[in-house]
Design a protein around this ligand. Structure first.
Ligand code: HEM
Length: 250
């Protein structure tokens, strides 16, 4: 409803009625835990949307060699990543026997079909063969994923920025003091760490609810498949640079 002056109000601006009409519980009779299951997924997709939007801001800043703007963008991306990871804990309250009561209603739907999650991975720069195979498994990649795969990784954009500033990555870590560029690359490493934390919390949630040996509704090995994704890296160079400070086996 609009207010007396015909202007915006809370529910018209946010389209609350439409938003709250989107939680279609499939179980019949309605299982009391399915609403939570749907809302955590839908809320995650909303946060993925904002994350992709903010990653775009980060890319534009990097392309313009605007380190301070890139730093602001990466800080926001990192807070969003933390929020989306923490939300998974709501589902830790879902006991296995209760999920089993409505899991059948999900059919073949699975988080592995989340286009936005794949777009985030592709935008960040994941090019791991297992990742590319997981995308290919679902036929033609969605447009956002294909677009992200066709452009440079975040790591490549940072390398161009460093070239432009005429500073080698190693020098950021061994130079006289912390610089905005140093904070930026550490912020990106933090993004990778927080993303991996999502993966960890998710795989633990999966083990907690369906156990380590149950296959997923998407047809993978379930927790075993998910555990393998934890070694994938967006920024291999940012991890490798640290070794320079330690001798072999050090
Ligand atoms: C009861 C809770 C959950 C269970 C039991 C579960 C289970 C699984 C399983 C078994 C997979 C592997 C793919 C498959 O074979 O289906 C998977 C993948 C995935 N799930 Fe979940 N999940 C849960 C909650 C969530 C939530 C809340 C999200 C948030 C969006 C989510 C997002 C994803 C994503 C993005 C993948 C793909 C991960 C990758 O390929 O690296 N899941 N999930």
């Amino acid at each position: 409803m609009t207010d007396a002056a015909g202007g915006m109000n809370y529910s018209t601006y946010l389209r609350v009625d439409e938003l709250l009409a989107l939680q279609t519980v499939q179980s019949s009779p309605e299982h009391p835990d399915e609403m939570l299951f749907i809302v955590v997924h839908q809320a995650s997709e909303l946060w993925f949307k904002v994350l992709l939007h903010e990653l775009e801001q980060l890319i534009v800043a990097l392309q313009h060699f605007d380190t301070m703007r890139a730093l602001l963008a990466v800080q926001r991306v990192n807070v969003l990543m933390e929020i989306v990871a923490q939300q998974l804990s709501a589902l830790d309250t879902l006991p296995p026997q209760r999920f089993a009561q409505f899991r059948g209603y999900l059919g073949a739907s699975s988080g592995s079909q989340s286009e936005q999650f794949r777009a985030i991975e592709a935008t960040a720069g994941l090019r791991d063969p297992h990742f590319l195979a997981a995308i290919a498994d679902h036929g033609e990649p969605p447009a956002a994923v294909a677009r992200a795969l066709a452009r440079p990784t975040l790591q490549a954009l940072v390398e161009v920025l460093l070239d432009h500033e005429q500073v080698a990555l190693e020098v950021l870590y061994s130079g006289p003091g912390p610089t905005p560029l140093f904070l930026l690359v550490e912020g990106l490493l933090e993004f990778e760490q927080r993303f991996a934390r999502w993966r960890f919390l998710h795989v633990q949630l999966v083990e907690r609810i369906i156990g380590p040996g149950t296959t997923g509704t998407g047809g993978t090995l379930g927790a075993k498949y998910l555990a393998r994704t934890m070694s994938q890296r967006f920024f291999p160079a940012l991890w490798a640079v640290r070794s320079a400070f330690y001798g072999k086996g050090g």
